[in-house]
Design a protein around this ligand. Structure first.
Ligand SMILES: [Zn+2]
Length: 85
């Protein structure tokens, strides 16, 4: 995951709470007649070029880049009111 701000492009209210979604591959053997599962291997995490991120506010799921791009388009502005005005 990149060390960059995220901003949910869907609800556009969340910059803080996210989940990362990973895919796992788990091999198993099935009995050809009964259909029961015989043997299950340990899960292996699949290599992904880009993590999938889910917004915890609206449950929107998308590539990390979409969240980063949205944050770049609408950066969190630390607006300070000029005390001279
Ligand atoms: Zn959202």
């Amino acid at each position: 995951m990149e060390q960059k701000p995220y901003f949910c492009p869907n609800c556009r209210s969340n910059r803080v709470k996210f989940s990362v979604i990973s895919s796992y591959s788990q091999r198993f053997l099935k009995d050809a007649i009964t259909g029961s599962v015989q043997e299950v291997s340990d899960p292996e995490q699949l290599e992904e070029s880009e993590p999938t991120i889910q917004c915890q506010v609206c449950s929107f799921t998308g590539n990390e880049m979409r969240f980063i791009k949205q944050a770049e388009r609408e950066p969190r502005t630390a607006t300070q009111i000029n005390p001279n005005y």
